[in-house]
Design a protein around this ligand. Structure first.
Ligand SMILES: O=P(O)(O)OC[C@H]1O[C@H](OP(=O)(O)OP(=O)(O)O)[C@H](O)[C@@H]1O
Ligand SMILES: Nc1ncnc2[nH]cnc12
Length: 178
């Protein structure tokens, strides 16, 4: 069967004006999930990227609340790595580390369980989309507070005009620019 192209993936995305607040052009990824073959192709491409570009075995895939949870565990299974969630404040039991951040449409606090990443572990951070980079940078801060090393960031979509990848301190791989 022919490989699903990036253009085919892009054409399935849906732009919703003024969501969740006025002036935001919201990029809706859920139409992709009506196509299991497309999701599989996305995961294949992310796995290929990690296998070719990350030279040390990945210990932990860290996914960001909430849409990073849709891709993170699938990627972790394929890489033979653990999965750890970064969640919005108040959702994770036990001891957590925290980081406050701003994103394209607001402010929030992220948390990660304190034992989710061990010192020296190789970490991949994944999310559906990078806009300003505020969310991803907060996740990087949490991983670093626990002594982890961010090998790469993975995003399905990048909004390049918001400059998000410039605020991050490890290589960024985005499947699509939008
Ligand atoms: O680069 P930034 O400006 O930080 O924006 C990107 C973040 O915004 C969205 O999440 P959102 O906080 O809306 O949460 P959700 O996944 O629960 O909808 C998106 O899934 C990223 O996590
Ligand atoms: N424009 C956008 N569309 C979807 N998710 C987002 N997260 C931050 N900005 C976004």
């Amino acid at each position: 069967m022919a490989k699903i192209t990036l253009d085919e993936i892009r054409q399935l995305l849906r732009v919703v004006p003024d969501f969740p607040t006025k002036g935001i052009q919201f990029c809706d990824i859920f139409p992709l999930f009506q196509r299991p073959d497309v999701i599989e192709a996305i995961i294949d491409r992310l796995v290929d990227h990690v296998r070719t570009q990350v030279k040390t075995p990945v210990d932990v895939v860290v996914g960001l609340d909430a849409r990073g949870f849709l891709f993170g565990p699938m990627l972790a299974i394929r890489l033979g790595a653990a999965f750890a969630p970064v969640r919005k404040q108040g959702k994770l039991p036990g001891q957590t580390t925290q980081a406050r951040y701003s994103k394209e449409y607001g402010e929030d606090v992220f948390e990660m369980q304190s034992d989710a990443v061990q010192p020296g572990q190789c970490v991949v951070i994944i999310d559906d989309l990078i806009a300003t980079g505020g969310s991803a940078k907060a996740a990087e801060d949490l991983v670093k507070q626990q002594g982890g090393i961010v090998a790469t960031y993975l995003f399905l979509i990048e909004l390049p005009e918001l400059g998000g990848s410039k605020v991050l301190n490890s290589p960024v791989f985005s499947l699509l620019e939008f």
